[in-house]
Design a protein. Structure first.
Length: 379
């Protein structure tokens, strides 16, 4: 990580905003000026500013930024904000979150020193948040689907003071070092840090010294074991496809090869990337299997009853490989959120591998899918 971070305090009325008019005649925010320095504001900055003083961005439709900031300074009991600026080697300086000066905070350099002392692995940074991977106190291993796994946990720590550190349960697939993180409320716990600069470091040290969650890891293991016994539905596979497409369009996948984007507004005939070719090899050619030009034309209810050529476990491993080895830090979090959402609920075709040893048998062995296929053939 080449970025450095600067902290300070100011009053909201000392902030100013430079705007520009785009080609459509709309006014766009160009930069926020802090102590005479123009900075690129992040979404995190605006969201934290709205929460700090209890207003929304709609107010700027009727009043200028200067009017709003000055009025808040006049009536607020405390208009002080603590700011954090991310400075990059390329000269791109970004304004991160603003918080109350008394809110709990651990500065970036102090956090890095703490993580180094505890041997953190895969330390990454994105949008004001540092993530790191650690081994729990009871570092036991187990096997699912012939693959070895070990328990891990991820600590997500804001270094601009906005939000509290969170701990997420994670599994490390040993064969290829893929990390699957349960980015969902079911596998997350927030740390209580109180106020001031010492509370965050103390809370993190307690976790790093002795974190263990046997019940949580047992639940996470059970979801992976169930994934190995469940065929992936068309709906679950298309959700992954849409996440991959979004990451690629935002430049958050570490590949520059073009891909074939298919959606409700038609198809664009471009060359497939290796990533998407691997995805289609994994799930099977769903359009050919079901005789449809666009599988998205099926309702969500029908998509949930139709299987693909892979198991949910294969989707999880594919998603974790992309997140770990082929995505940026921001893309990693998006992909891990897909994994967390998938494993925290019941799978569409839960436990069907025990009933149908081959996925093609599913078409005639299940009443719901047989009815769906009959309807499609009648069209």
């Amino acid at each position: 990580m080449t970025a450095t971070f600067q902290y300070g305090t100011t009053r909201i009325k000392n902030l100013s905003v430079n705007t520009a008019v785009d080609k459509n005649g709309k006014t766009q925010i160009k930069e926020v000026v802090l102590e005479g320095e123009p900075l690129e504001p992040t979404k995190r900055f605006w969201y934290s500013l709205h929460l700090r003083f209890g207003f929304t961005g709609n107010i700027f439709r009727y009043f200028s930024h200067a009017e709003v900031f000055n009025r808040i300074s006049e009536v607020a009991a405390n208009d002080q904000v603590r700011w954090c600026v991310e400075r990059n080697a390329d000269g791109r300086n970004r304004l991160l979150a603003v918080t109350s000066p008394t809110a709990a905070l651990i500065e970036h350099d102090d956090l890095v020193n703490l993580l180094d002392r505890y041997g953190a692995q895969d330390v990454g940074y994105s949008e004001g948040v540092v993530t790191s991977r650690h081994a729990p106190r009871m570092d036991s291993g187990f096997s699912v689907g012939g693959d070895g796994f070990q328990n891990r946990f991820i600590i997500s720590t804001p270094i601009d003071g906005f939000g509290r550190p969170s701990v997420y349960l994670s599994l490390l697939r040993l064969i290829c070092s893929n990390g699957a993180v349960g980015y969902s409320p079911a596998f997350r716990s927030e740390l209580s840090v109180g106020r001031g600069n010492e509370g965050v470091a103390f809370a993190l040290t307690r976790v790093l010294d002795g974190f263990n969650n046997e019940d949580g890891y047992a639940a996470l293991r059970q979801r992976f074991e169930s994934a190995a016994r469940s065929w992936a539905s068309v709906h679950e596979a298309l959700r992954l496809y849409k996440v991959l497409t979004r990451l690629h369009s935002h430049g958050e996948v570490l590949t520059r090869a073009p891909l074939s984007v298919r959606g409700g507004d038609g198809a664009r005939a471009v060359e497939d990337s290796p990533l998407f070719a691997s995805y289609h090899k994994l799930t099977g050619d769903l359009s050919r299997i079901y005789g449809l030009a666009n599988v998205d034309a099926l309702s969500a209810k029908r998509q949930r009853t139709l299987p693909t050529a892979c198991k949910v476990y294969d989707l999880l491993n594919f998603a974790s490989e992309v997140a770990t080895h082929h995505a940026t830090e921001a893309g990693n979090r998006t992909m891990q959120a897909y994994i967390g959402g998938l494993i925290s609920g019941e799978y569409d075709l839960e436990g069907t591998v025990d009933q149908f040893t081959d996925w093609r048998d599913f078409f005639v062995g299940n009443g719901a899918t047989a009815e769906t296929m009959a309807r499609l053939h009648r069209r």
